[in-house]
Design a protein around this ligand. Structure first.
Ligand code: FES
Length: 148
């Protein structure tokens, strides 16, 4: 059995220790804000926070997360996330929208650690979050405006 803390709740699961966190979130807990994209750690659609850091849940085995604080979009109601979402709306960032939760989770992790990131730092932090619609420019603008 693995014990985890997800969105402020203690979770006990009988899933095997090497089960990726994303499977537990979506299939067992029905926390479907976090998306499956590539399943290989390469697209960022599955990004969640572990102790406030952006982590790819599709390649993170649940056994590695015991004692860690896991948060998904369903639970991140910080002022920062609200401000980011507002700028996402102002700049009409999403197109199809599929990757945007992962984008926001990575962006909020960045701004938690660095309140005034440079464009280069934003590009670096966001470089692992792929968007098939190519919303990168709008994402960058929204992050910069949130940081102001
Ligand atoms: Fe996890 Fe693509 S689904 S990085």
């Amino acid at each position: 059995m693995t014990k985890l803390n997800i969105n402020g709740n203690d979770i006990h699961t009988e899933l095997s220790a090497d089960t990726p966190l994303l499977w537990l979130l979506r299939d067992e807990l029905k926390l479907t804000a976090t998306k499956f994209g590539c399943g290989l750690g390469q697209c960022g659609a599955c990004t969640v926070h572990v102790n406030g850091q952006a982590v790819r849940s599709c390649i993170t085995p649940i056994a590695s997360l015991s004692g860690q604080t896991i948060e998904t979009m369903e639970h991140v109601n910080t002022e920062l996330m609200t401000a980011l979402k507002r700028q996402w709306q102002v700049h009409n960032v999403p197109q199809c929208g599929y990757c945007q939760v992962g984008q926001l989770m990575t962006a909020s992790s960045l701004l938690n650690q660095n309140q005034q990131p440079s464009i280069h730092e934003i590009e670096q932090a966001m470089s692992g979050n792929i968007c098939r619609c190519g919303t990168y420019g709008r994402i960058k603008t929204a992050i910069l405006q949130t940081a102001e």
